[in-house]
Write a protein that binds this ligand. Structure first.
Ligand SMILES: Nc1ncnc2c1ncn2[C@@H]1O[C@H](COP(=O)(O)OP(=O)(O)OP(=O)(O)O)[C@@H](O)[C@H]1O
Length: 307
C-alpha cells in the first residue's frame, strides 16, 4: 500500500481525565476514500483533530507524507484540508476574500483560477461577493469546504460532512468527493450515517468507545458479513418446512413467508423453486434482500456488546 498517512499508537486522555481514544494504529492509502464510522462520542473528532494537529495526543505519532505531525507541524498541515463540524468563518468577510485568505494562510501563491474552480464546484461562484453572514446554513457549509480546498491539499478530512444538511447539499457533496478522488485527493470522512459510508467509501473503519473495532474494504465487508435472502410469499401458508425440503436452509418468517438464506455465489435458486413445485407448494411473489452496511454494522456492534 502507498501509505500517505500513518497513525501509530495514538491515544488520548483529556485533561478532564476522560479517556477518548485507546491506542489507534491506522494507515491510509494514497487516493482512497476512508470512512470512519461510529456513534456519538466514539472518538472520531478526537482522532481527526490529532491527525490535523489541533489536539495533542497523549501517546503515539502521526506521519503525514513523511512529516511528523507534531515535530514538523507546518509541512504536515499543508498537505491537509479540514472541513470541521462547526462553523469557523469570519461572518463579515465576503466568500471570495475568505477562501483566498485561507489559501494564503498555507503560504501558497495566489491562484485565482483554482479559487474560481473550487467556488464553481460548490455552486458558490454567484455568491462570491456576498458576506458570509448573509448566506444560508447550507451555503456557509459550502464555504467551509471551499476554504479547506483552497490550498489544494492532498488529503481532505470531512468531519460529519452532511450532518443536518439538506438532500441537495448532500448530493453535491458526494459528487464533489468523487470528483476530488478522481483527481487524486485522498479523503477521510467521519460519519454516523452508514448510508454515507456505503455510498462513498472504499474502506471503512468502525470506532466505538475510543477503539477501532474493525477496518476493512467496504466491498469485502459486505461480501463477508452481508447476507442475502430470497423471501417467498406462498399461495397457501405452511405451518412447518416439509421434511422433503429439510436439506435446504429454509425457515418460515413470522409473516408466513418462506425464507431462503444464501450467499452471493449461490446458483441454486431455480433448483429450490423446482423442489417447491415438486412438493405442490405454489408461490405468489418472490423478493430478494441484501443486507446493507447498516445491517452489518448493527450485527457487529451487537456481537461486540454480547462478547
Ligand atoms: N476537550 C475535551 N475535554 C474532555 N472531553 C472531551 C473533549 N473533547 C471531547 N471529549 C469527550 O471525548 C469523547 C469523544 O469525543 P469525540 O468528539 O471525539 O467523539 P465523536 O465520535 O466525534 O462524536 P460526535 O459524533 O458526537 O462528534 C466524548 O465522550 C467527548 O465528550
Amino acid at each position: 500500500m502507498d501509505t500517505i498517512l500513518s497513525v501509530a499508537g495514538v491515544s488520548k486522555t483529556y485533561a478532564s481525565g476522560h479517556r477518548a481514544l485507546e491506542p489507534v494504529d491506522l494507515d491510509i492509502a494514497r487516493g482512497e476514500i476512508f470512512a470512519l464510522l461510529g456513534p456519538n462520542g466514539a472518538g472520531k473528532t478526537t482522532l481527526i483533530s490529532i491527525i490535523c494537529g489541533i489536539v495533542t495526543p497523549s501517546t503515539g505519532t502521526v506521519t503525514v507524507l513523511g512529516h511528523d505531525a507534531q515535530k514538523d507541524f507546518r509541512s504536515a498541515r499543508r498537505a491537509i484540508g479540514l472541513v470541521p463540524q462547526e462553523l469557523s468563518v469570519d461572518m463579515f468577510e465576503t466568500v471570495l476574500a475568505t477562501v483566498k485568505f485561507s489559501r494564503r494562510l498555507f503560504g501558497k501563491a495566489p491562484d485565482d483560477a483554482h479559487i474560481e474552480q473550487v467556488l464553481r464546484d460548490l455552486s458558490l461562484w454567484d455568491k462570491r461577493d456576498a458576506k458570509i453572514r448573509e448566506l444560508s446554513g447550507g451555503m456557509k457549509r459550502r464555504v467551509l469546504i471551499a476554504k479547506a480546498l483552497s490550498h489544494e491539499p492532498e488529503i481532505l478530512f470531512l468531519d460529519e460532512p452532511t450532518a443536518g444538511v439538506d438532500v441537495a447539499l448532500r448530493r453535491d457533496m458526494w459528487r464533489l468527493v468523487h470528483k476530488l478522488r478522481a483527481g487524486g485527493t485522498t479523503i477521510i470522512l467521519t460519519t454516523h450515517y452508514i448510508e454515507e459510508a456505503e455510498e462513498m467509501a472504499d474502506r471503512v473503519g468502525v470506532i466505538d468507545k475510543g477503539r477501532i473495532i474493525l477496518v476493512e474494504q467496504k466491498a469485502a465487508l459486505m461480501r463477508k458479513l452481508g447476507k442475502r435472502e430470497l423471501r417467498i410469499t406462498l399461495s397457501e401458508p405452511l405451518s412447518a418446512v416439509p421434511a422433503a425440503l429439510a436439506a435446504w436452509p429454509l425457515k418460515i418468517a413470522e409473516d408466513g413467508r418462506l425464507i431462503y438464506a444464501f450467499d452471493a455465489e449461490d446458483e441454486r435458486i431455480p433448483d429450490l423453486l423446482a423442489a417447491l413445485g415438486a412438493q405442490g407448494i405454489g408461490y405468489k411473489d418472490l423478493e430478494t434482500h441484501k443486507s446493507s452496511l447498516e445491517d452489518i454494522f448493527v450485527d457487529l456492534v451487537e456481537q461486540k456488546d454480547a462478547a
